[in-house]
Each structure stands twice: as C-alpha cells, then as structure tokens.
Design a protein. Sequence first.
Length: 791
Amino acid sequence: MTCEKSPWGDGAGKDMLTGLSNGMDRHKSKDKDHHSHKHKHKDKDREKSKDKSRDKHKDKHKDKHRDKDKHKDKSKDKERKHDKEERSKDRKHSKEDRKVEKEEKKKGKDRSKDKAEKSQYVEVKNEPLSEDDDVPLASRSFSQTSQDSEDDDQPLAFRQKVKPEVKAEVKAEKPVKRKAEDMDDDDFSASKKKTKKVKEEKKEKANKKPATSNGSPTKRAKKEKEEEETWKWWEEEKHEDGVKWKSLEHKGPVFATQYEPLPGNVKFKYNGQEMKLSTAAEEVGSFYAAMLDHDYVTKDVFNKNFFKDWRKFMTHSEKEIITDLKKCDFTYMLTYFKAKSEERKNRTKEEKLKLKSENEEMVKEYGWCIIDGHKQRIGNFKIEPPGLFRGRGDHPKMGMVKRRVIPEDVIINCTKGTAPKPPPGHKWKEVRSDNTVTWLASWTENVQGQVKYIMLNSASRLKGEKDWQKYEIARQLKDSVDKIRETYKEDWKSKEMKIRQRSVALYFIDKLALRAGNEKDEDQADTVGACSLRVEHISLHEQKEGKQCVVVFDFLGKDSIRYYNEVPVEKRVFKNLQIFMENKKPGDDLFDRLNTTIMNKHLNDLMEGLTAKVFRTFNASNTLQEQLDELTDPKSSVTEKILAYNRANRAVAILCNHQRAVPKTFAKSMENLQIKITTKREAIEDAEKSFKDLKKEAKKTGSAAAKIAAGKKEKQVEKLKEQLMKLEVQATDREENKEIALGTSKLNYLDPRISVAWCKKNDVPIEKIYNKTQREKFQWAIDMAGPEFVF
DNA sequence: CCGTATACTTAGGAATGCGCTC
DNA sequence: GAGCGCATTCCTAAGTATACGG
C-alpha cells in the first residue's frame, strides 16, 4: 500500500507545493451555501438518535415539537441493531437531559449575575491605571521574601494543589533532574553540562556583585544588563515538576480606559427622532455603531443578541422607547468614529511620537514582571476592553455585550506580600500565590464564562521551556511512530468496535493532521475534529476520479475554517468507516464510542507524554525537515533558497489547513508586480541592445572609453537580470501563498531548530526567516542548534 | 465514569507601523 | 510628505488537555 510506505510525504508533497490541488478552497461559515445543509439537517437529526441538541436556541423554539421528537427518538432507537449502541445512545439522552436542566439553572444564575454586573458597569469609574504610579517598594525587591515563609503561608487553594513531596523539594532548592521525557536528548545533555558552569558563574556574579573582577563598574553593569536581556534560561536547570516559579512580581494589569461620552452633536435617532441616550446605553450602543460596516451586523443572531443585551444597559424609559433595533439610527455615531480615526491617522509627527513614548512608558511600567530574579516581558498586560463578542463562524453568542472588567473581577497571582496595589478606590477580587501556575492575573469573562489570563510573552523562559519540551516530545514520537502506526493498523481488525474506532480516528489524526476534536457545548459554534466527526462530515466513494476507496472530508474545524479533502485510504479503513456509518443518520457521531480522553489515554500508554496534538507537531516539523532536504539546492542563491524554505513551510501550512482570507488587495498587488516584471524585462532588452551596440562600437573604434562603457552596460544587464529573477520569485511565492497562512505553523508547529540549522547550513541569514519577534521567541533554538541539527 | 473547572496553546483577523514610490 | 502596500503586532477567540469531585 502506498500509504503504508509514505503516507505522510505524499500528502505534503508536490501537489501541495504547487498549491492548491485539493481542498484549499476557503470557506468559512460565511459561506452559507456550503454548510447550510448541515444546519438544516441538524434539527431533524437531533430528533433522531443522537439528540445532542447542539443548537439549543433552535431547539427551544421547537419546544412544542420536542416531546414528539423524543418519542420518535425512542422508536428509532429500538430499531437499532446493536443494543450496546442503544445503551450508549440512551446514556446520551439522559446526559443531555441533565445537561439541559443544568444549563437552565446556570442561565438563571447568569441572569442575576448580569444585573449585578451591570450596575457596577454603570457606576464604577475606572481610573486609568497609568495614573497610579506609586507601587510599593516591596514589589521591587523580589528577593526579600524568603522561600520558606512563602511556602508556609500558601493560601489553602494552593496547599491543596501542591503535593507534599513537591513542597519539600521547593524548600530543598534544586536540583531535581528533569524528567526523562522532557529532554533526554543528545543536545540536551550537552547543554546540561554547560548549564552547570554557567550557573556557577552566574551565582558568583550575583553574590559578590561589587567585588567581581572583570572590568569597570559601568562596563559590568552594562554587561549584566545585556545578560538580563538575553537570559539563557535554556542553559539552566529546570524547575522541579509542577513548580512554575519561585518568585514572581508584577504591577498588575492595565485596565481599559474609561468611556468618554460622545459630544452633544453626535446624535442617535430612534424612529427618525433624535434621542439622548444615557451614558451606559450610549456606550454599548456605540460598540454596535462602530461595527456598522462589518459583516456581523448582517447576521440575525448578532443583532438579536446585541439588542437583548443592550436593553440591559438602558434606563427604564429608554427601554420603553427603544424596542426595535431596526429603528435605531447609529450612522451619526459611526460617522463620528470614522472622523476620529481619520484624525488619528492625520496626527502630526510630534503627536505620534508623543503617543509612542507614552505607550512605551506604559510597557515599561506594566509590561514586565520579575520572575525568579529575571525581568521578563508580559504577553498581554492589558485587560480586554468592553465590546461586543465577536465569536467566529456560526456562533450562537455573537453580538452579546462583553462587559467592562474592574479590579474587583481580577485575581492577582504573585509572590506573597508583593501584590500590586489595585487602582485607587478598588480592591482585587483575590490575591493568591500559586506557583504551580504561570499566570499573573485572571478574570472571568461574562459572555462565555471562561477565565482569561495575563501571562508571559513567548520569549519568556516559562513559555520557551514549554515550547522546547513540546518539540522534544514530538521528536520522541518520531522514534516510536513506526511502531505506533503498526499498532493502529493492526487495531483496524480488532473485534472491539471501540478499538477499531480509535484506530481509525488515530489514523486520521496521524495521516491528515486533524485536531483531536473535543466535545463542545451547544452554545458554541458547531465545529469538529477527529474524535467528534459526525456522519455528515465524510462521504465514502468506492471510486472517485480513478482512485479507490476515497473518503471525502468536509467539515468546519477550529475557527470554523472549512476542511475539505479527498483522501484515498486503505481498504480496511474504508470498510471500517462503512461499518461505523451503518444505521446512522447525519448528526450522529462517526466514532460513537470514542472521545479525546479515551484517545489520549491510549496514546499515553503508547508513549509517555503522547497526546493527539503531538501528531500535528510531529508531522508538521517532520514535513518541514523532509521538504527542506528535498527542495534546497545548496548551489542556488539565497533568494531561491528562501523560496524553497517558503515552499516547505507552505507544505506544512497546507497539511495543517492553515488558511487565510485572500488579502483584499491581492489582485491589485499581483497586477502591480506583473507590471514591474514586464517593465524590468523591457529594461533588460534595452540594456542588452545598447550593450551590443556598445560592444560593436568598441570593437570598431577600439577606443578604451567605449570598452569601459560596454563593460558597464554588461554589468547593468546582469544586475537587471538578477532583479528580474527576484521579482519573479516573489511573484511565484505570493501567488502560491494567496490563501495560505504560513505564520501559524511557523510559530506553533515547526521546531525552530530545523529552521535555524537550515539557515546555518545554507548560509542564509536567520533574519530572512524569522523577524525580530520570532527571533526573540526562538532565541533558545537559535542559540543551541548547529547546522547539524536534525529533527 | 462523567461533568466541570482550570490552564495553557493555537488561531485568524484587525489595527498599526514602516518603508517605499511617486 | 502623502499615499500605498505589505509586514508586523495586537487582540482575543477557540482549541487541547488534564485534574478533580461526586
């Protein structure tokens, strides 16, 4: 079987490079035609066996039918052949029912909570944090708090989490070995040896700062500062398991600026009548006004949700008057906002500079924290401002009001006794000191009820170390993947249905780099991954375009990005799929005895640390490595090498289905590029012509001046040709990249050491591959990977 | 075993910045 | 120096994964 030999290469191979051979049409849920069928089915489907009531809103409207449906469900279920299946379905029913009940309860709670929140929203003024700059001194001297007292004084929540042994180790201070699974790799032990030296040196420095030998004080200071900026954490011992930091200090998050009411001349009209809104209603209204040009406002759900939530912010009398969103005229507000943003664009240089420096001040003040004695950037130190929820795809909650977060919502996490001051007149919700987590602050967002976190920047040790570890696990998978593949192929024949399903799903995860596919609530967009595929997401074709056993995938994945792919599969897989689909209707789970937990448990048994997403990382990085090896011509120019790199990168992006909207200006910019190319060609022709003439003349006259002139021309021709080549390469690259996003894979899936090694081996400057931020993020890899590194 | 809570990674689009051309 | 087009940065939603408690 071809697949047996190199299923992975195939997918990422040449077809992919030229692009767009299959499955690359981009359809988000915007593309209603495409997926509407599913939704049409959905309601019906639910009436059948599964009754997952994914779409509660719709179901609610159908309350009347509901009972009927349930009877139907039962009778249908009775028709089932496999009684096991039936049982599982029944379970699902009851699960669902329970869920619904709970949901209802939760809703009630939410509603009352909303009210409370609303009043806060209106009344509490948020002081811009930047104004309160008196941060306690204590927060600067992180070393002050002794580890011991810190540990002993953990709040209960923390105690419960930390295992006693771990705690002991914290006190003992180092050096617990890294777990084998982390990085027991060659490079790794090499760097570990280095580690000790570096560490000792460091310690010395830290201890007897004033007495250190080398250089003048200023020089030393400089050196240390530099060192701080490029802290080589990867050469140090890691923390023991579960401990994320020993000391952590920061200044707390920055809150959104307070709402500024609109000037009196910016009107709002209802039913043609001018109307002055209360501040709260105006603020929320303005969120909508600002989005008037957006696609969202054409969506019913968005409008319905917005209006419902908006009313909560209206005064009693406003509520009475404003009963229909259609009668609201926000256009004056929008015009005003547009004018404002125009104004912003037209700011003078000085103003821009001032704003920039103000911004830098803010970053300086709030954008950093001190963790384990090192200053590190925070990723998102600003709390999300209020606005309208912009769910992606067909999200049932789009348009809901995301309310303003105040200090009373925020939990601060830091070393005990170093908590930042809340803004004047406010309190934190809680201050804790949990060093088993990496976040500095958190709050619960009101639309989905999820916790949001303030965390460190990707260049930080905390993120980098994890990233490194991720790639190490992926490399381990490389070693055992053959065995694993053998195993799951064997499992295709298993007597146990559960195992067969698991093995087929795993095959998809491995071969197609599908995501795991956790279960989702019905109040989220309906998207799926491998384990949550439903019957309607695949179709089976014994024959398609000359190929046997073709499975056509068509579903919405993460971010409601469409995955479409026609895949020839092994006969056994095909047959299994036929079995899985027997007696099922659209809406039913393809793998009804499988979920991500089961899958991951199994994977962990196969290899420690293995989960479904590791396959994506592994296949992505492995593809890059293979493609680079294949596409790079060592003799070619740097430009051409970069094209090769981009193509390899693109192969990965295609594998992972990383799409993007075709840039709005794509056609135009392409055209411009073509014009440039044509012009360049003409220029070359002209130059060649005159070169010939000059040469002739030189030959004829034999004058030195003419010779020189001819030589100059020749050089010019060469230069022009090179420019043309660059332009052409650029054109190819851009065309191939039209609807593919390379960034995501570069940032999240490709082991940076592969790229670094490739650059070093091929004399390509790393700047050509990674921009500044990326270089910061991947500093560890740039530092440790030599040209010989192989994934 | 199941549902829920929690924490952390991955993701695409919008906003902004910046260098280039005219 | 304005306008343009691309690259970068910002933003935050949407995933994965696991722990926990009943």
